[in-house]
Ligand binder design. Structure first.
Ligand code: DOR
Ligand code: ZN
Length: 347
């Protein structure tokens, strides 16, 4: 198969940043995806419907003319988010989910939740409105090994929240472990997971290949090969609980190549080509459309897209760096090849 036509996909987990950075990265996403769930971890975070409305407008203003794209906004859950905030968000029509970051877990997460028990009124309101709770599923306990933080989060917190709020829709974001995939596959209805292209294609050896590789560092951190294989199995299974979320997270080159480098891989420049590679390696290209274009809107109860994109089998070399406002960023596969390419002839 040398070309692949798919219902236009959506990205159910994306970091777009703001200002010049937003303008630099947004076209990469809008070329491939009709919609994206936009992460709220700006500085300061997107905490209110008014913040989300303003950010949404900045995104629309940053779109190149003629590229249709719908940002699906999220609110950043803090210790102070109220049930009223959730009802207000639902009524807005443009806020589609609430994002939970454990305080201190990752980039700009210091205003995150310090104790899940404080969120009970919010979880009740989410259940009532049907709006999903998007969870960065890692504990921040420094005594827990960084490679175990997702599995421990499931045991210590997620099992209890899922049971205590039986109608709460939960997306375990960017799963990285066999335990994450297994939890979601076995869980009740209303629990899903996003999977990134980088966690399907890389294992933790990539962080140490011939030296320390800051551009392969993200959170949750890449795991060992057996976990990567479990994620591939989940993604190609056809199970509608699993859907596409790139977690494309751009950082300026100098902030990753630093004493304390930022977490995040930039994959939006060739996201669909990277997913196509992963599915093709697994002999499952026929499962890509469900994962990329159907399972997400079905979970969020949004209509599936009506237009299509086309990918061609064509080996091309990713640039060594891309413009990023005043700085540059180093995309995944910088200076290396990708086996598929988005065709400009999208329908
Ligand atoms: O690698 C990551 N980068 N993980 C996150 O959870 C946040 C993201 C970012 O915003 O840079
Ligand atoms: Zn993220």
């Amino acid at each position: 198969m040398d070309s692949l036509t798919l219902t236009r996909p959506d990205d159910w987990h994306l970091h777009l940043r703001d200002g010049d950075a937003l303008r630099a990265v947004l076209p990469d996403t809008a070329r491939q995806f009709a919609r994206a769930i936009v992460m709220p971890n700006l500085r300061p975070p997107v905490r209110s419907v008014a913040d989300a409305a303003a950010y949404r407008q900045r995104i629309l203003d940053a779109l190149p003319p003629g590229l249709p794209f719908e940002p699906l906004m999220t609110l950043y859950l803090t210790d102070n988010t109220s049930a009223d905030d959730i009802h207000h968000a639902r009524a807005s029509g443009f806020v589609h989910a609430v994002k939970y970051y454990p305080a201190g877990a990752t980039t700009n997460s210091d205003s995150g939740v310090t104790d899940l028990q404080r969120c009970e009124a919010v979880f009740d309101a989410l259940q009532d409105t049907g709006m999903p709770l998007l969870m960065h599923g890692e504990v921040t306990d420094p005594n827990v090994d960084i490679f175990d933080r997702e599995a421990v989060f499931i045991e210590r917190h997620l099992l209890r929240v899922a049971e205590q709020f039986p109608r709460l829709k939960i997306v375990l974001e960017h799963i990285t472990t066999a335990q994450g995939a297994q939890f979601v596959a076995q869980s009740r209805e209303g629990i899903g997971a996003t999977i990134t292209a980088h966690h399907l294609l890389l294992n933790r050896n990539a962080i140490f290949a011939g030296g320390l590789r800051p551009h392969a560092y993200c959170l949750p951190v890449l795991k060992r090969e057996t976990h990567r294989q479990a994620l591939v199995a989940a993604a190609i299974s056809g199970n509608p609980k699993f859907f596409l979320g790139t977690d494309s997270a751009p950082h300026a080159r100098h902030t990753k190549e630093a004493d304390c480098g930022c977490a995040g891989l930039y994959t939006a420049h060739s996201a669909m080509a990277l997913y196509a590679e992963a599915f093709e390696h697994a002999g499952a290209l026929h499962r890509l459309e469900g994962f990329a274009s159907f399972h997400g809107p079905d979970f969020y109860r949004l209509p599936r897209n009506q237009t299509q994109i086309c990918l061609q089998r064509e080996v091309w070399t990713v640039p060594a760096e891309l413009p990023f406002g005043e700085a540059t960023l180093v995309p995944m596969r910088a200076g290396e090849s990708v086996a598929w390419r988005l065709s400009p002839a999208a329908v």
